[in-house]
Design a binder for this molecule. Structure first.
Ligand code: ACO
Length: 308
C-alpha cells in the first residue's frame, strides 16, 4: 500500500487490486511538469511490485486527461539549463519505456483533453477507453515544435499514415468517438458510463491468470519489431517463463485449464477463464465451477452428442 502523498498525482488503491493513478493538476489541465514526472516514476516503480496492486488505471482529475507537457515548467524553465532539461526528459520516459513493458496491466481512462505528449501514455498503456467527447490533439505544430519524444513514431505505428499525417500537420482535434474509430483507443463511451466501462474491463482482466496475462502483453509488445524466427523463439521462451512463474505459486495453468474443460466440464474457455485462474485455487482444491458453466453442464448430453 502506497501511503505517501504527492503534489501532482493522486493514488487511490482499491481492495480488489485496482489502483487508480490520477493526474492531479486540474487547474493546469494536468499538464506534465518536471515534478509530475518525478512523482510518476516513483509511483509506477512502487506499484509494479506492490502486492496490493494487480492493475493500474491512469486518468485525470477535472476536465482533462492531460494537456501534454507543461509549456512553462517543462519547456521554458529548462530551456537554458541543460542539467534540468536532461533530468526532466529522462524522468518523462515513464510514459513510454516503463509503461510499454510494465509487469501489470494498465488502462488509460481518457476523461477529457489528451494533448501532445499525453498521447504517449495513452498509447503505451495496454488499453485505452475514452469519453465520447474527450478531445485529442497534436498541438505541437500550432506552437512551434514537431510531435517529439516518440509521438510522431507512435502515431505512425498506431494510426493510418493518412490520419497520422493529417492530425500531426494540421493540429486539428478529434473526439473520443473518432479516436475509437481510428484505433487510438479501444472504445469510447458516453462520459457518464466511462468509469463503469473502464472498471468492467479492469475486472475482466483481473479474472485471468496474471502470469499468462503478463506474458501475453509482453509478447504482443516485443514481437512487433522481431523477425518471424526471432518471434517464434521469444514466444517459446515466454511460454516457459509463464510455466515457471505459475509453478512458483504452486500452479500449472496449462494442465489446470485443460483438465477443467476436458475432464470436469467446469467452464468453457471461449466464454471465461478456468476456475481459479486469478488466485491459483483450483477446483481440485475446492474452487467452485462458475455458475454459468455449471448450468451449461446440465446441457451435457446435447454437447456430448454434438461432439460425436
Ligand atoms: N502547459 C502549461 N500550462 C497549461 C497547459 C500546458 N500544456 N495547458 C493548460 N495550461 C494552463 C493554462 O496556462 C492555464 O493556467 P492559468 O490559469 O494559470 O492561466 C490553465 O492551465 C487553464 O488553461 P486554459 O487554457 O484556461 O483552459 P481551457 O480549459 O480553456 O483550455 C486547453 C484547455 C485546450 C488544454 C488549453 O489550456 C491549451 O491549449 N493548452 C495547451 C496544450 C498544449 O499545447 N500542450 C503541449 C502539447 S505538446 C507536448 O506535450 C510535447
Amino acid at each position: 500500500m502506497l501511503k505517501k502523498k504527492f503534489s501532482c498525482v493522486k493514488v487511490d488503491q482499491q481492495k480488489d487490486g485496482i489502483t487508480w493513478v490520477i493526474f492531479n493538476r486540474p487547474e493546469k489541465r494536468n499538464a506534465m511538469s518536471p515534478t509530475f514526472h518525478v512523482e510518476m516514476v516513483e509511483i509506477l516503480d512502487h506499484l509494479e511490485t506492490d502486492p496490493d496492486t494487480k492493475l493500474v488505471i491512469l486518468t485525470g482529475a477535472g476536465v482533462s486527461f492531460s494537456a501534454g507537457q507543461d509549456l512553462k515548467e517543462f519547456f521554458r524553465e529548462t530551456q537554458d539549463r541543460e542539467d534540468l532539461k536532461s533530468v526532466a526528459y529522462k524522468n518523462s520516459m515513464w510514459r513510454s519505456d516503463k509503461l510499454w513493458m510494465y509487469n501489470k496491466p494498465t488502462i488509460s481512462m481518457v476523461n477529457g483533453f489528451c494533448i501532445g505528449g499525453a498521447f504517449t501514455q495513452c498509447i503505451c498503456t495496454d488499453f485505452a477507453i475514452a469519453a465520447d467527447d474527450a478531445i485529442f490533439g497534436l498541438s505541437e505544430v500550432n506552437w512551434g515544435i514537431l510531435p517529439g519524444g516518440m509521438v510522431s513514431k507512435m502515431v505512425t505505428d498506431l494510426l493510418s499514415q493518412r490520419d497520422a499525417m493529417f492530425y500531426a500537420c494540421t493540429g486539428r482535434t478529434f473526439t473520443g468517438k473518432e479516436a475509437a474509430k481510428m484505433g487510438m483507443v479501444n472504445l469510447s463511451v458516453p462520459k457518464k458510463n466511462l468509469r463503469r466501462e473502464t472498471l468492467k474491463l479492469a475486472r475482466e482482466l483481473l479474472e485471468k491468470n496474471p502470469n499468462v496475462l503478463r506474458g501475453t502483453k509482453h509478447a504482443i509488445r516485443a514481437t512487433q519489431d522481431m523477425s518471424w524466427r526471432a518471434a517464434a523463439d521469444y514466444l517459446a521462451a515466454k511460454g516457459a517463463e509463464i510455466k515457471q512463474r505459475d509453478e512458483a505459486r504452486g500452479h500449472d495453468a496449462y494442465a489446470e485449464g485443460i483438465r477443467q474443460f476436458i475432464d470436469e466440464k467446469a467452464y468453457r474457455p471461449v466464454f471465461s477463464p478456468y476456475v481459479g485462474a486469478a488466485d491459483g485455487k483450483t477446483t481440485a482444491k475446492g474452487g467452485k465451477p462458475r455458475p454459468s458453466a455449471a448450468s451449461k453442464k446440465k446441457a451435457k448430453p446435447k454437447r456430448a452428442a454434438k461432439r460425436k
